[in-house]
Design a protein around this ligand. Sequence first.
Ligand code: B1M
Length: 213
Amino acid sequence: MDEKILQDIKDALMRGDREGVARFTRAALDAGMSIPNILDKGLISGMETIGKKFKNNEVFIPEVLISAKAMHAGMALIEPHFLKCGIKPVGKVVIGTVKGDLHDIGKNIVSMMLKGACFEVEDFGIDVPTEKFIESIRKGGVDILALSSLLTTSMNSMRDTIKALKEAGLRDKVKVIIGGAPVTQEFADSIEADCYAKDAAVAVDKAKELLKR
Ligand code: B1M
């Protein structure tokens, strides 16, 4: 039964069927299925398959975009289940997809899970100019700057952001965590990020660790 609903979510996402994704995600929630299960084995799994098809030229940008919108419909239903904190935030995170990059699905999952772990999250969205990040750190009160990149080309914007923090004399004011499909620990070390997280769950664990440093 659970496997069937997860497969239904995945199939609807791959068809770009927004209403279907919403309907099956709701059914999964109503059936009491766990959020990580719905996310990993339904929504993310569907998006990964679309990614493979895109790479093999079996689907193209319009189909990917429609599936991404369907993914958002599912995530919108899941998000309220993460937001059950109701207590003082453990820390503040500013998050965004770096300049030159329009991918936001992974970043949104990281953002949602950080909120679920009781972080206050200010999400700057996609294609965020370096100056906007710098300005927010300059204002103060931000513990962690979280940068997402899905393109090998936009990874350089992460480097630029850390360089700009140093030039502005703000590098010691904030911890920087980076992630996204092309990002590696080696790259994080090379740009002197405080840490790298391979997925959203690890990002939450590492963000908690960073608060203690
Ligand atoms: Co694009 N795209 N895309 N795309 N797209 C990729 C990334 C690509 C790998 C596809 C491919 O060729 N196989 C490829 C990049 C190649 C490269 O750079 N090496 C690519 C390309 C080339 C492009 C365009 C250039 C295509 C074109 O125009 N010719 C273009 C670029 C536009 C731009 O950004 N300037 C483009 C456009 C698009 C769409 C707009 C159509 C759409 C994005 C819609 C949206 O995000 N709202 C899109 C999509 C959906 C994808 C794929 C298919 C799926 C990405 C995704 O959402 N994955 C992707 C192929 C793939 O990844 N297999 C592809 C699901 C998501 C849950 O995973 O984002 O990896 P992910 O997030 C994970 C982890 O990475 C991590 O946690 C998340 C969850 O656990 N994580 C973090 C992410 N951020 C983190 C931050 C952290 C920590 C962890 O700390 C701060």
